[in-house]
Design a protein around this ligand. Sequence first.
Ligand code: GAL
Length: 348
Amino acid sequence: MPDGTPVEELTLRALGPEDTKYVCKIITYGGAVRSLTVPDRNGNPVDVVLGFDTLEDYRAQDKYIGALVGRYANRVGGAEFTLNGAQYPLFANDGPNSLHGGRTGFDKRVWTVEELGGSAATLSLVSPDMDEGYPGSLEVRVTYTLSEGGLAISYRAKSDRDTVCNLTNHSYFNLSGHDSGSVEGQYIKLNASRYTPAGPGSIPTGEIAPVEGTPMDLRTAQPIGTRIGEPFGQLVMAGGYDHNWVIDKHEGTIWTAAAAWSPDTGIAMDAATTLPGVQFYAGNFLSGCPRGKGGAVYGDRHGFCLETQFFPDSPNQPGFPSCVLKAGEEYHSVTVYSFGVADCAEKL
Ligand code: GAL
């Protein structure tokens, strides 16, 4: 970093055969997942996340590629919120709204390596009181665990004052390989019968609407590109899929929010989480970043994100599940991205 702080890269290998194809690289800048290699239908390794070759490129891009996002992932409308009667102005970095933690969100910090084993690593960060306008000194610990099933990310945080907290990972997946071009032919399935429609600036209106009868209905697997261009107001406004879906819950504490599949490689992915929402972002505005790994050109829709989360603008939306973290209590969420191979989308 310009101030001399070193940035490290950690390599995780799944426990199992010595030649496991499950390998993940994490960098301490932004806690970003820089590569995630899994086997395709022929057993060949495929790197399914976008990333960069140099730290300079990570610092130059503004798409949150691979990063850990916080203190409040997604948008806070009007770049301010009220908590316990006090108003907290934030930095407006997305028109009049605050996006992904503000000017210097957690994606731009160098995280500390707390623990490192062969298949797991824990990173930590202290976000001081009033950092980016948010109250309370927040201690965050994030553990990445790689297995032959996939990558689990566990988030824990504690604050000494009441605050709001919403942590996610902003990996862009491309199940045909990070450098393979558009994901519009890859299948997506969202286990969500409702979503949160948004108004100007992608700020939710507060409504929780059924997906039924709209192109937001992705409960049956379909190629990302099939309905993304329909003249449906929400899609036109956001330039494609870039919304929060309300995950249908079932028994247990972790539920599968989404599944995706590449007909090219046969790689199938599930995203399961303890959180109530998922932002399915189709990478509509991805172009314009530096060359990716190995010189890859990342254009619009060359990767998609499944950002598990509290709903956008929850600090200002009394009808949404609360993202308030009380002083001394623990924030804990888990998201697991699981991988396998499938021979057709119907298996998702
Ligand atoms: C997503 C967000 C998009 C865009 C992107 C970063 O999480 O929903 O609208 O801001 O991050 O380029």
